[in-house]
Each structure stands twice: as structure tokens, then as C-alpha cells.
Design a protein around this ligand. Structure first.
Ligand SMILES: [Zn+2]
Length: 246
């Protein structure tokens, strides 16, 4: 995050540093262009960005296997950006749970437990993980939050037959498509039918820039992030690199 505090070597341009070492690639698609420019400036100036920090775990996370490999090969260890997203629970390279650094005075790191137990839970987490991993490498530009809201509305109508104006009770019912344990781990709020996570993604007047709400909405509609981005960027001149995930 403290990009300007790093000694950036000549062979690593700042835009590549932002792309490979910050959460920006996962957050950017859901921003308006002006917001994206502001947040990029904040990152470059090592200023705190609420939009960025709210997507990250409060305590640093690491994979013990990656750590061992790095210590043997490089004699030092780093923090992987992908491991710091609050909804990511395992290392993609080793397929094992991440560990979380201790809070306060405690001295022992602990293995992450998502609380998820059944296949439906894990399929949900894996879909969100898959899309997050894809976004980290796809260089998707800012597509605008209201365009995403419109996309979700069309998908919800197509898949579930829910018609405009997307009544709160209908969306509340649909929001349960994310099972309870997975919903708890992903921190998707379900306070009431007037205050649930799907309502924010589909009905909020300003839309939302929270990537998790978008990824969860794509999940219940059965759409991959790469498919949605292809559709949404179809009418613009600046096509993102849309290599399909394997
Ligand atoms: Zn690992």
C-alpha cells in the first residue's frame, strides 16, 4: 500500500507496481473513471483509501507453504496481495488454508476457519475466489458502477424472472441464494429485507463500488466475472485483456 515509500527500480514502472502489488485490479472494474483516478493517486501518494482498505483483512495473512518456499529460495518472505482480500481463505498455489497473524499481544498465528462445511458453501467461496484471481491479472478498466447495476438487473430478470422495479422482498429472497455459512464468511449483510447485500448491488441509487457485492451477485446469477466484463466492455473502445480463466 505504501507505494511511494518503496524504492521502485527502473525496471518496474509504477503502473506495473500498482497492478501487481496492490488490490486495485480487483476493485477498479466497479469504479467510475473519476473515482479510479482519485484512488490511483491516493495509492501512489501512500494515502489511505477507504475503498481499498475495506476489501482487505485487518490482520495480515500468509500461506505457510509459500513462506517455506520463499525462505529457502530468497531467504526472505513477503505478503501476497491475493491472500489479503478478506474473502480469500486459501492459497491458490498450494490449496491449503491461509494463516492469520495474531492480534494485540498474542504471539501465535492461527489457521483460518471459514466456518463453511458443505459443498454449497465451498462452491460459493471458490467462485468468488476464481473471479478474484482472474481480475488480479486481467487489467480490467473502470467500467462504472451504474453500468454494473444495470447488468445485474438484466441477469436477475433473465435468470430468476424478477421484474423491475426489483422489489426489496424479491431481492431479499434472492439474496438467500448465498448459503448462510458462506454469507457469514463473506460478510454479506442480511439485517432485514430493507437492508440486505443484494439490495445494495441492484437497487441502490448510486450503485456500489464494493467488489464483493458484485462478485456475489455474479455468483447467484451463474455468471463468471470474465463473461460479465466481456459483455460490459463490448461497447467501449478500450477493450480489457480478457483472457478466459482455465
Ligand atoms: Zn502457498
Amino acid at each position: 500500500m505504501l507505494v511511494s515509500h518503496l524504492a521502485v527500480p527502473n525496471w518496474l514502472p509504477l503502473d506495473r507496481l500498482l497492478e501487481e502489488n496492490t488490490p486495485l485490479p480487483v476493485i477498479r472494474p466497479y469504479l467510475d473513471v473519476e473515482d479510479c483516478e482519485r484512488i490511483t493517486k491516493q495509492l501512489t501518494a501512500a494515502q489511505r483509501s477507504i475503498t481499498i482498505t475495506r476489501t482487505l483483512s485487518q490482520l495480515p495473512r500468509f500461506c505457510p507453504e509459500c513462506r517455506t518456499t520463499e525462505l529457502e529460495g530468497l531467504a526472505e518472505v513477503g505478503w501476497q496481495v491475493l491472500h489479503q482480500f478478506k474473502w480469500i481463505w486459501r492459497c491458490q498455489a498450494h490449496q491449503i488454508p491461509l494463516w492469520q497473524m495474531p492480534a494485540g499481544q498474542k504471539s501465535v498465528a492461527t489457521e483460518i476457519d471459514t466456518g463453511c462445511v458443505n459443498r454449497a458453501d465451498f462452491e460459493t467461496l471458490k467462485a468468488v475466489e476464481r473471479d478474484t484471481v482472474w481480475l488480479m491479472g486481467a487489467q480490467v478498466p473502470a467500467l462504472g458502477r451504474l453500468r454494473w447495476r444495470e447488468y445485474h438487473r438484466q441477469q436477475i430478470t433473465r435468470r430468476f424472472g424478477v421484474q423491475p422495479p426489483y422489489a426489496s422482498r424479491d431481492l431479499y429472497s434472492l439474496a438467500h441464494e448465498i448459503p448462510p455459512k458462506a454469507r457469514a464468511w463473506l460478510q454479506l449483510p442480511m439485517v432485514s429485507y430493507m437492508d440486505n447485500w443484494l439490495l445494495k448491488a441492484v437497487r441502490h441509487p448510486q450503485g456500489t463500488t464494493d467488489p464483493l457485492l458484485h462478485l456475489a451477485t455474479l455468483r447467484i446469477c451463474g455468471v463468471r466475472a470474465c463473461e460479465a466484463v466481456l459483455t460490459l466492455s463490448g461497447n467501449t473502445n478500450d477493450h480489457p485483456q480478457t483472457a478466459m480463466p482455465s
